[in-house]
Write a protein that binds this ligand. Structure first.
Ligand code: UDP
Length: 324
């Protein structure tokens, strides 16, 4: 296959490009390099079968050209990172909704199967734990900028699934839960690289609130394995929505303690009130856990990489010359 990976220079996208090339496929990576970086693609671009196009997914003609001769699309490009989202909800909506429309319309025109990356953020404040694909989505008020991300991603799901239903476009939606690994930047939020970088530099680890909020962290290596498994069966899975994540739940304070231990750091843990951590437009989600029984059933998905190994990947990434 030749696969178009939008957001191909980003954290998840670049790992997916590497995996596709390892599996003998060719890749076109499209990225505007807003939060992605060509450094992430250093290895991929040195291999035959990988090409890179810099551009904005809202540029319809560019997207159509990038998609020519591709057998499938993985649409990962998006405005991401809580800090960016809270500070620029308009741009978040414009890129994540209009940009996705442009990618999905190009796929429809060229009859190219497409995997759409959505997010666990659409479950928002849902109190049903763990979250299953058929649960109602449940995000907060439009006066809170954070929810612009979930709203745009939910729209992307409706939009692409509607085109699947009415026009026969082969679409699979994947809701990614907190994904972690090397190359993830801590600049825009993203607790694991942030706290790990703090621990490595001896700075205090900033735990927001009282640290009792929970998340489930899945290795990017498990996530990209799942994306490839879906791609290989995309026609059979058309119209499906799948949670992809690791169901092991932990509090942020537990995470901080594990990071201190794993890095053998002398850093202290500092509790930072949410009001100081984020600008206005932020609201915390207290628990987030995926129900992955559907992914287990349809693609035999089983996250294999424990948190210790994920932290080792993050530590190695932060110490690599590419990061510095
Ligand atoms: N968080 C934290 N310290 C930080 C960054 C994040 O305690 O320096 C917390 C944040 O409040 C949230 C969790 O870590 O409860 C995960 O945050 P992240 O931005 O990584 O992802 P999301 O909130 O989208 O799950």
């Amino acid at each position: 296959m030749r696969v178009l990976v939008t957001g191909g220079a980003g954290f998840i996208g670049s790992h997916l490009c590497d995996l596709l090339l390892d599996a003998g496929h060719a890749v076109t990576a499209l990225d505007d390099l807003s939060t992605g970086s060509l450094l992430n693609l250093t290895g991929a671009l040195a291999r035959p079968g990988c090409r890179f196009i810099q551009g904005d997914i809202r540029d319809t003609l560019l997207v159509e050209r990038a998609m020519e001769h591709c057998d499938a699309v993985v649409h990962l490009a998006a405005r991401i990172g809580l800090r960016i989202i809270v500070e620029s909800p308009f741009d978040t909506l414009d890129v994540n909704a209009r940009g996705t429309e442009s990618v999905v319309q190009a796929a429809l025109k060229q009859k190219t199967p497409i995997l759409i990356a959505s997010t666990s953020e659409v479950y928002g404040h849902s109190t049903k734990i763990p979250s299953s694909e058929s649960d109602p989505i449940c995000f907060g008020s439009p006066t809170i900028g954070r929810w612009s991300y979930a709203c745009a991603k939910a729209y992307d799901e409706f939009y692409s699934l509607a085109l699947q239903q009415e026009r026969g476009l082969p679409v699979v939606v994947v809701r990614l839960f907190n994904t972690v690994g090397a190359r993830q930047s801590g600049r825009y939020g993203m607790v694991v690289p942030r706290l790990t970088a703090q621990a490595l530099s001896g700075a205090p680890l900033t735990v927001y609130g009282d640290g009792t909020q929970t998340r489930c962290f899945c290795s990017v290596r498990d996530v990209t394995d799942a994306l490839l498994a879906i791609l290989l069966r995309i026609d059979a899975l058309a119209g499906e929505v799948l949670n992809i994540g690791n169901p092991v739940e932990m509090t942020i304070i537990e995470l901080a303690k594990q990071i201190v231990e794993r890095t053998a750091s002398r850093s202290a843990i500092e509790f930072v009130p949410f009001s100081r951590a984020y600008p206005a437009g932020f609201e915390e989600i207290m628990r987030r856990v995926p129900d992955i029984s559907k992914a287990r059933r349809v693609i035999s998905f089983e996250p294999k990489i424990p948190l210790e190994s994920i932290l080792d990947d993050v530590i190695a990434g932060l110490r690599s010359p590419a990061h510095r």
